[in-house]
Design a protein around this ligand. Structure first.
Ligand code: BG6
Length: 503
């Protein structure tokens, strides 16, 4: 069902309108929504920034970005021409109140033209230290009071720790109601991540097995080949725990671990997710070193090119203690998951870019086949591959054709590419459309963000207070530090990876 019916005239105000996120993600997403008929018939995109641009110059800038970064390649000229007539630029210096007055005038004039039901979405694609200033100024200029029609979208990182996240939540709650606040975690907009809800709750087959009786352990692995690139300045104050585990990986853990919601209602789903986070066993100080390991990459070779070590990247302290890799073993203390380890790992400059969730089932209770019959005996596994391969594979034992009884594992695969001919929308297309239609299901609620911070804070403190003596401890293009292998090997398991497909 197309969500279009809920889309009212909309004014998108993008703070950070000349920034990287807008160029790479937001502008291409809005264009693709327009191209596919998902934008409302009346809409305006107001890019803001400190630079002085005319509308025409700004439109040209965005055209270049969309041509470069859209999943559909270069724009179709006739579609772009219609789209660009909705793009405007308003120069805003966020530390000057007069600038907001100019913005208000622009918004008011569109609102008059579009009618009373017009939604105004303020998208904060700026550094987090500007969130509070912008929110306060919007409030001061009376741009936020209409709780049915004005919304704010906040990019991650939402706070830098529990305390700052709480402060930000408090400030936002003084200005907006929770239904106006859209906290982004772009992983939730990914097609394969959304499909986890369908997979778990639209099939009766897996639910009876989805518990500690049948599942042995769960792995959530988000590995990246890229290094920090030119984001060293930001990353130094973040590290893998803040940048990935606190948000993306814990969200994936919620989707695997949550109870069945009673409906597809945003708050119902978010309640079920918060319950999982609340049930995750917090670490005592002594437990941290047994359950969490960190790493930092050193230089190496990636696809024939020499790459820098983290400490030599731009904006990075040559003695940096920031982790570019983290692996954590969590337990969820409830009836469904008691005693079942959830291993999470993520890192930069690793051997593969891939995000996969592996559910390993327990072994059969009794082996009737002799040892010789099974070439590579393997317990059943369900592998949900989020990216770059988009698939779900169930690995089962089967008999090899032939006169002898020989067993080996085979994959039953649902592969998006082979099943659907449609292109998959980018996460930002889904999320922007949801922000327009007022659907908060795929956005983080305030308590969710705080609970996730609560979980990682003890690890953050322990790591910040104790400089790692062995950094850097993994080579670019490897699978991370040996301690990460040891973390899982101690329990008799190993990290699972999918074989790379030929390029
Ligand atoms: C971002 C992190 O949130 O997610 C980046 O800040 C990371 O460091 C990125 O590279 C990964 O997203 P994706 O969609 O490429 O898996």
């Amino acid at each position: 069902m197309k969500k279009l019916s809920n889309v009212h005239p909309t004014i998108f105000v993008i703070f950070g309108g000349t920034g990287d996120l807008n160029k790479r993600k937001l502008a291409p997403a809005l264009y693709n929504l327009f191209r596919e008929g998902y934008m409302p018939s009346k809409f305006a995109i107001i890019g803001t920034g400190r630079t002085n641009y005319s509308d025409q110059k700004y439109q040209e800038e965005l055209l270049n970005s969309v041509n470069q970064f859209s999943r559909n390649g270069k724009v179709d000229k006739s579609i772009w021409d219609k789209f660009e007539s909705n793009i405007h630029y308003c120069s805003v210096n966020i530390s000057e109140q007069d600038s907001f007055q100019n913005l208000k005038v622009a918004i008011d004039s569109y609102q008059k033209e579009f009618g009373a039901e017009t939604k105004v979405i303020f998208y904060l694609a700026v550094a987090p230290n500007h969130f509070a200033t912008i929110a306060k100024s919007l409030c001061k200029h009376k741009l936020t009071q209409d709780e049915n029609n004005s919304r704010i979208v906040i990019e991650k990182p939402f706070g830098n720790d529990l305390e700052t996240a709480k402060e930000l939540n408090l400030l936002l709650s003084e200005i907006f109601t929770e239904k106006q606040i859209y906290r982004i975690d772009h992983y939730l907009g990914k097609e394969t991540v959304q499909n986890m809800m369908a997979f778990r709750f639209a099939n009766s087959l897996f639910e009876p097995l989805w518990n500690r009786t049948y599942i042995e352990h769960v792995q959530i692995s988000v590995t990246e080949q890229l290094g920090v690139g030119d984001r060293g300045g930001y990353y130094e104050g973040a590290g893998a725990l803040r940048d990935m585990i606190q948000n993306h990986l814990l969200q994936l853990l919620c989707l695997v671990g949550m109870e069945a919601p009673i409906s597809f209602n945003a708050d119902e789903i978010r309640n079920r997710k918060v319950e999982v986070l609340k049930a995750v066993r917090p670490f005592t100080e002594e437990e941290i070193s047994f359950n969490a390991v960190r790493g930092q990459y050193t230089k190496g070779w990636v696809e024939g090119k020499e790459v820098l070590g983290y400490r030599n990247e731009k904006g990075v302290d040559p003695q940096s203690n920031t982790e570019t890799f983290a692996a954590v073993k969590f337990f969820i203390d409830n009836w469904r998951w008691q005693g079942i380890p959830f291993y999470l790992r993520t890192g930069k400059r690793l051997n593969q870019t891939s995000s996969i969730i592996t559910i390993q089932f327990k072994d059969v209770p009794h082996h009737i086949f002799s040892e010789g019959t099974s070439e590579t005996w393997q317990q059943n596994r369900l592998i949900i591959s989020i990216q770059p391969e988009m698939s779900i594979r169930l690995q089962v034992q089967s008999k090899r054709p032939g006169l002898d009884m020989v067993l080996n594992p085979v994959d039953m695969v649902f592969d998006y590419k082979g099943t659907y001919s449609e292109d998959t929308p980018e996460a930002y297309e889904t999320l922007l459309l949801d922000a327009m239609t007022g659907d908060q299901t795929l956005f983080m609620r305030g308590d969710q963000v705080e609970t996730a911070w609560e979980l990682v804070m003890p690890i953050i403190h322990a790591w910040e207070n104790k400089t790692s003596l062995n950094f850097p401890n993994y080579t670019a293009d490897s699978w991370g530090p040996e301690t990460a292998e040891a973390l899982i090997a101690r329990d008799g398991f190993h990290w699972f990876t999918l074989p790379l497909k030929e390029k």
